[in-house]
Design a protein around this ligand. Structure first.
Ligand code: 5MM
Length: 364
């Protein structure tokens, strides 16, 4: 078998590395504000707000117009398609609002999950067909990184070899198409926390999935220095009677990553996966203090764990906007400290800081 391939042109490598390094700047993380219309509807319903186009725009305006001090903690923000083409009430495009604070605009480019035929309720993620054209347009319109999430489920017989292989391959195709369009890919193989499995099973599944994703990215010639992984922390399943301490979560997570991810990778940004805001911060802090050597920045790319207190403080009312923005500033700052291993557990309160954000059997 002959093999022939080449590296991306040097200017492309340089551009991708510069974007990825900016996203992984010390003490900074990424706001995941890319909820699709239906997911945003559930978040808004929780605080009694109607899921209208205008209310989603108002809420995203609240997030993105937060005082520029938030740029000390956030390097990027992931948007859903509609937000890229929305603007503040004064007419300033959200992409410009973010860029003016030094926050890089990003875009979720997957179009959701579909069932894997004859599997045990397993899924793959779709959206490849017109991805190159969409990436070219998003790049032109100010987005410099992208995100694509795959979902894997832990049950007695899952994740199956098919689900692991298929999701690894689709993530690799996505990542290579993004890089060809000068967009840094965030590669997200999320292992859900549904189930009664213990910490060790989650670690083993995480290692198996990450190893497959890494192999697929190698096969697709993805440029590691211009790529970021977004992964779950290793925790027991939500229904497990065995709870884990932050140090146990940290060691299991760091071990799984160290066994599988190449040191050349630009960095790792964790998803919060239904943890409370405070748990997600405490766990990130413990991971960054974990004994042993992790060769990449380890930071946050939280959705629920950055927004729960914000949404609760806002409640759809303009008069609560400043208070809600203050919640974002303080929680992002707490995670900024955690990304450097400097957070003191309990130091930052929030309206929803201790509230679990897990949604059982969430349909992605
Ligand atoms: C913010 O939520 C993102 C979009 O979700 P849907 O596609 O379901 O609308 C989601 O991809 C999110 O970025 C990741 O799941 C991480 O978010 P959490 O809430 O786990 O930190």
């Amino acid at each position: 078998m002959t093999t022939y391939f080449h590296y991306p042109p040097q200017p492309l490598q340089d551009e991708l590395k510069k974007i990825a390094d900016s996203l992984m700047a010390p003490g900074k993380g990424i706001l995941a504000a890319d909820e699709s219309v239906s997911t945003m509807g559930k978040r808004l319903a929780d605080v009694g707000v109607e899921n209208s186009d205008e209310n989603r725009r108002r809420y995203r305006e609240l997030l993105f117009t937060t005082n520029s001090t938030v740029g000390n903690s956030l390097s990027g923000a992931i948007m859903f398609h509609e937000s890229v083409y929305q603007a503040t009430a004064d007419g300033v495009p959200f992409t410009q609002v973010l860029a003016s604070k030094g926050i890089i605009p990003g875009i979720k480019v997957d179009s959701g999950t579909v069932p894997l035929f004859c599997s045990e309720d397993e899924v793959t993620t779709q959206g490849l067909d017109d991805l190159a054209q969409r990436c070219a347009r998003y790049k032109r319109d100010g987005c410099h990184f992208a995100k694509w999430r795959c979902v894997l489920k832990v049950k007695r017989n899952t994740p199956s070899p098919l689900a692991i292989a298929e999701n690894a391959n689709v993530l690799a195709r996505y990542a290579s198409v993004c890089q060809a369009s000068r967009i840094v890919p965030i590669v997200e193989p999320e292992i859900l926390t549904d189930g009664g499995h213990d910490l060790s099973r989650c670690q083993k599944v995480s290692e198996a999935v990450l190893a497959a994703v890494v192999k697929a990215l190698h096969d697709h010639h993805v440029y590691w220095e211009g790529c970021i992984f977004k992964v779950n922390m290793v925790t027991p399943g939500q229904a497990s009677p065995m709870k884990a301490t932050p140090d146990q979560v940290a060691m299991a997570t760091a071990t799984a990553l160290r066994r599988t991810l190449p040191p050349a990778l630009a960095g790792v940004a964790f998803l919060s996966g239904g943890q409370s805001e405070e748990d997600a911060t405490v766990h990130l802090n413990a991971i960054n203090k974990c004994p042993g050597r992790s060769p990449w920045p380890l930071t946050f790319s939280y959705g629920r764990a950055l927004q729960a207190s914000v949404l609760r403080a806002w409640g759809g009312r303009d008069e609560n906007k400043m208070q809600a923005q203050m919640e974002l500033i303080t929680r992002a700052a707490a995670n900024s400290q955690a990304a450097r291993g400097l957070y003191t557990p309990g130091a930052v309160a929030g309206g929803a800081a201790g509230q679990g954000l897990y949604v059982a059997n969430h349909q992605y």
